[in-house]
Design a protein around this ligand. Structure first.
Ligand code: GLN
Length: 471
């Protein structure tokens, strides 16, 4: 019997090398767990039919002496917006229901080379737009800690799968919090690397200046293992950083906080209380905690909700039923487009296309998009100064614990407010990580988030590791 409840990548690797079980046994344990649990949780949109064959190939390599490769034979789930050659990928949308990827994304190709076993495709909000997976065209993913609640989003399936022991680790994508917020809701570790550390080639684009691929795992160490395997410059993504790009920072053993940010309205009292507990833990881990000034941080959310839809409206143009997507035919080409997009794209996706088109339109561009990009630079500069003083800024990941299914689904503004603490890292390109930091009185997971300096992923991960050790 493999105890999936205590398993980590490091532990599984040791066990596989020590021949306690085979890669096939490990894969089967997850397949069994999926069968048992996923009817209720609904993390998976598809479980691949060749998992055993993948595991056999990994086992062969292991028996051939490849014992230093930590990821060999490790079962991993994939968010349904990552391209794997020859496999379906739908972005949880009707418009791509039967779309089959024609190439491997760069991060996927790297993990394939490592001999990772891909378990299946995980549910998410349609085209990664949302914070609850309720925008999936294929039904909501429930929170394994309380199935009347959401798993978060958009990578809700990825976080729920790890939390429900239906995968040892998973990949998600994070444009405004989509790795970190579902991790906070489900009690997993979620890491968004610095923008440009991991190639976006083969990730279905949502908002190209904000998107990053990252891991969802049980421990910080596991996140680092997957990140190390995926990172690196890539000729297919000109925004990737060069391999020897190093952030100009030295460890100071100092963490910044902004009390006014946590004391603003709309923050759940249990989140506040837990935040101050996390501050104490940071001190216990040997860090000095200092107040930092982030005078423009309250603009992050509105800036995000201008820039993100603007880029979405551009990226979504290709899904017209002709270039990509199945076609709903009308009387002429324009009607084809309108019918296809009207019928096959969900409400939130259409809302963002409209918002984005509006903020980019002649006459409104300067007032919205132009201003937002200026403010983005101002916020970046504020943080640049802060990171001269501290290793990371600590804040909650989410203003509330997981909410009830249906609670915010019909109120887009309420849903957008769920992103208040996560979008800043994407706007400034910084690495950020969400780590479990306790439970509510009702037993729901709570989380702490650390945001690091641009390019200082290793330093951030070491801070996160120190924090995790206080539990
Ligand atoms: N909840 C945010 C949004 O809806 C973040 C999405 C994401 O990171 N993909 O835009």
């Amino acid at each position: 019997m493999i105890d999936l409840k205590t398993l980590t990548i490091t532990k599984a690797h040791e066990d596989l090398v020590a021949k306690k079980y085979t890669c096939m046994d490990l894969a089967q344990a997850y397949l069994d767990e999926i069968k048992k649990t996923d009817g209720e949780v609904h993390a998976y949109l598809e479980v691949f039919d060749d998992v055993t064959q993948q595991a056999e190939a990994a086992q062969k390599r292991l028996e051939g002496g490849e014992t230093n490769n930590l990821l060999l034979g490790i079962p991993l789930g994939l968010k349904d917006n990552l391209l794997v050659k020859g496999r379906k990928v739908s972005a949880a949308s009707k418009i791509l229901e039967n779309y089959v990827a024609t190439y491997d994304g760069t991060a996927i190709a790297k993990l394939k080379e490592k001999g990772v076993v891909f378990l299946g495709r995980l549910n998410c909000d349609e085209f990664a737009m949302g914070a609850s997976t309720e925008n999936s065209a294929y039904g909501v993913t429930k929170n394994p800690h309380d199935t009347t609640r959401v798993s978060g989003g958009s990578s809700g399936g990825s976080a729920a799968a790890v939390a429900a022991f239906e995968a040892l680790a998973t990949l998600g994508s994070d444009t405004g919090g989509s790795i970190r917020q579902p991790s906070a809701f489900c009690g997993t570790v979620g890491f968004k690397p610095t923008y440009g550390r991991v190639s976006r080639h083969g990730l279905i684009a949502m908002s190209s200046s904000l998107d990053q691929i990252g891991p969802i795992t049980r421990t910080v160490e596991d996140s680092k293992i997957i990140y190390d395997a995926m990172k690196g410059s890539d000729i297919f993504d000109s925004t990737t950083l060069s391999n020897d790009f190093k952030a100009d920072v030295k460890a100071k053993k100092k963490i910044g906080i902004s009390s006014s940010m946590v004391e603003q309205g709309g923050i759940d009292p249990e989140i506040k209380k837990n935040f101050y507990e996390s501050v104490e833990r940071v001190k216990k881990a040997g860090y000095e905690v200092v107040e930092v000034s982030l005078p423009n941080i309250s603009y992050s959310l509105p800036v995000y909700y201008v820039i993100c839809p603007a880029e979405v409206s551009s990226n979504m143009a290709r899904f017209d039923g002709v270039k990509y997507g199945s076609l709903s035919e009308g009387a002429n080409l324009l009607e084809d487009y309108m019918k296809t997009r009207g019928e096959l794209l969900g409400k939130e996706v259409r809302r963002r296309i409209m918002l984005g088109t509006y903020v980019l339109s002649a006459g409104y561009y300067d007032a919205y998009y132009g201003k937002a990009t200026t403010l983005r630079e101002i916020i970046k500069n504020d943080f640049r100064k802060v990171f001269e003083e501290v290793d990371a800024v600590l804040m909650p990941t989410s203003p509330t614990p997981s909410f009830k299914i249906g609670e915010k689904a019909s109120d887009p503004l309420q849903m957008y407010l769920a992103d208040v603490f996560t979008v800043t890292a994407n706007l400034i390109g910084s690495p950020a990580i969400s780590i479990p930091s306790g439970k509510t009185e009702g037993g729901l997971p709570l989380a702490a988030q650390f945001v690091g300096a641009f390019g200082a992923d290793e330093l951030l991960l070491s801070v996160a590791d120190d924090f995790e050790k206080t539990f």
